[in-house]
Ligand binder design. Structure first.
Ligand code: AMP
Length: 534
């Protein structure tokens, strides 16, 4: 067979040749911007030409601090296709971490959305030589700023040629870099190759993963600064799907309106977004009948949430698991033929698991001594993964020498091969030498009809070393009408007494990380001195 390179340039060529009239829709402050793949590919070539003119060479890192938009998509292709490396920096990180990752990646140029300007001013950036501002109104004048030199994105494109010839690239060349959200220590950079992103795009299109098709209208809600919005923009461009981007500071109303107006068929986000969206969809009437699939990942999806979307809107939430280090997709939970005759309750329970490994990857579950754990749905161990879109180390950091990514996720695998996350190694609660799964407890609490969100954390305990504390957010309409005893009563029917939280605190909101996951670190700090009864 030919050693034909798998590069993102192939996506561009395909989009231009086969889907010139398909649309990309992008909400801006001023209104909705809409153009075709033909215009898109032309502007990508102009942008690549502009990058070359600004001195960007093969292997240079190009940073972005930007929301989900058509220009961010242009950068997704122009940067790697001209041989450079796209660093999508997370604009929700604390300022010192933003500076850290841009300096660590040694970004030579930084593209930023206009409203991010105040965030960047005052950052001590050691490698950036040029700033490029993406104005919300493309025809407006450049705002005054201390960033020098600062270029207007549209001016750069206007002065560049759409005849730019993309170079021949090796498929192993780096295409992108993304830093993990850094729950412990400094953020760590993961480098994605052209080959990895190409294979990951194909994997997203498989029928038992997300079945992306030309017929889809895809709206990635997950941020483009977080693991390439789960690779959806790449897969959607490759396959020629219509794409929709919600723009700066998006909220649930915007998402719901775009789903209705653009007839979105596939969308993706973390469960906390789906929890908030449910409230919006119940508050006002939207026609979301176009949706065929809601992809949920990043943290465990409560079965009650899957059931609510199914019952109220007839839309399936498809649960997936992944990591920044895996580009990110690794498992998807779709029922197999063996489960067709199961009860509805068992089907729901199965769909709430993290699911089956997708083709192309390999997994192993090992105990503390490195021995394989049997796939019986009960015994747990750490999940290891390897495959062509799995990182082999961190940028300028630790390399994974045994050929496996050690995920830090503690899982069981049932006899059907469905993986279920019991916990993060660091989130498990060890009480008197026995493990309690915080994820299982919080999922059960979130099934209570009066509960909006719940997070369970370990609190130090003199006798048992650690005991569970449940932090519960009631639904607004039940704020003063829910008791600890009600929750304990529900848990008591499903768990042994020693699993029950020693204390339940009602809080306003579960703090979220920069990518919308429950931030247990903040809760652990807040409740570290809470006294639990002996
Ligand atoms: P990140 O690299 O920031 O996306 O974080 C990856 C981690 O998020 C994984 O190692 C899991 O602990 C967690 N995670 C991702 N997807 C899921 C999921 N579907 N259910 C539970 N945890 C998840």
């Amino acid at each position: 067979m030919q050693a034909y390179p798998l590069t993102l340039v192939n996506h561009l060529k395909r989009a231009r040749a086969f889907f010139p009239h398909k649309q990309i829709v992008s909400k801006l402050k001023a209104g909705v911007f809409r153009y075709t793949y033909r215009d898109f590919t032309g502007r990508v070539a102009q942008l690549a030409d502009a990058l070359r003119a600004l001195g960007i060479a093969e292997g240079d890192r190009v940073g972005t601090l930007a929301w989900n938009s058509y220009r961010h998509l242009e950068l997704y292709y122009a940067v790697p296709c001209m041989g450079a490396v796209l660093h999508t920096a997370n604009l929700r990180l604390p300022r010192d971490q933003i500076a850290y990752i841009i300096n660590h990646a040694e970004d030579k140029i930084l593209f930023l959305d206009e409203d991010v300007l105040p965030l960047v001013e005052g950052l001590s950036l050691t490698s950036v030589r040029n700033f490029v501002v993406m104005l919300s109104d493309p025809n407006a004048a450049m705002p005054k700023s201390s960033l020098v030199p600062a270029h207007n994105y549209e001016d750069l494109l206007r002065n560049s040629s759409a005849d730019f010839e993309f170079p021949e690239l090796d498929e192993h060349m780096p295409a992108g870099i993304c830093y993990t959200s850094g729950t412990t220590g400094e953020p760590k950079g993961v480098v994605y190759s052209h080959r990895g992103l190409s294979l990951h795009s194909l994997a997203l299109c498989l029928p038992d993963t997300f079945a992306l098709s030309e017929r889809d209208t895809v709206m990635p809600i997950v941020s483009m600064f977080h693991v390439n919005a789960w690779g959806m923009p790449y897969a959607a461009t490759m396959i020629g799907a219509k794409q929709v981007y919600a723009g700066p500071h998006p909220d649930c109303k915007t998402f719901a309106e775009l789903i209705q107006k653009e007839r979105v068929t596939l969308t993706s986000a973390v469960p906390s977004v789906w929890i908030a969206m449910l409230a919006e969809l119940e508050r006002a009437h939207y026609d979301i009948s176009s949706l065929r699939t809601i992809a949920s990942g990043g943290s465990a999806v409560p079965p009650s949430l899957i059931a609510a979307y199914e019952r109220k809107f007839g839309v399936p939430i498809v649960h997936a698991w992944g990591m920044t280090e895996i580009s990110p997709l690794a498992t998807v939970s779709r029922l197999t033929t063996a489960m067709e005759n199961w009860s509805e309750e068992n089907k729901l329970r199965q769909r709430a698991k993290q699911g089956l490994l997708i083709p192309g990857l390999e997994m192993s579950v090992v105990d503390g001594q490195g021995r394989e754990v049997p796939w019986d749905g009960r015994q747990s161990g750490e999940l290891l993964i390897r495959g062509p879109w799995v990182a082999d180390g961190y940028y300028k950091g630790q390399q994974f020498t045994d050929g496996w990514l050690h995920t830090g996720d503690v899982v069981t695998v049932d006899e059907h091969g469905f993986m279920q996350i019991v916990d993060r190694t660091k989130d498990l609660i060890k009480s008197g030498g026995e493990w309690i799964s915080s994820v299982t407890l919080e999922n059960t609490i979130m099934a209570h009809p009066k509960v909006l969100e719940a997070a369970v954390i370990a609190v130090a305990h003199e006798r048992w070393q650690e005991r569970p504390l449940a932090c519960v957010v009631p639904k607004p309409e039940f704020r003063d009408m829910i008791t600890k005893e009600e929750i304990l009563e529900m848990l008591r029917s499903q768990f042994p007494e020693w699993w029950l939280p020693d204390e339940i605190v009602f809080i306003e909101e579960v703090p979220k990380t920069s990518v919308g996951k429950f931030d247990k670190k903040v809760l652990r700090e807040r409740f570290k001195d809470i006294r639990l009864d002996e």
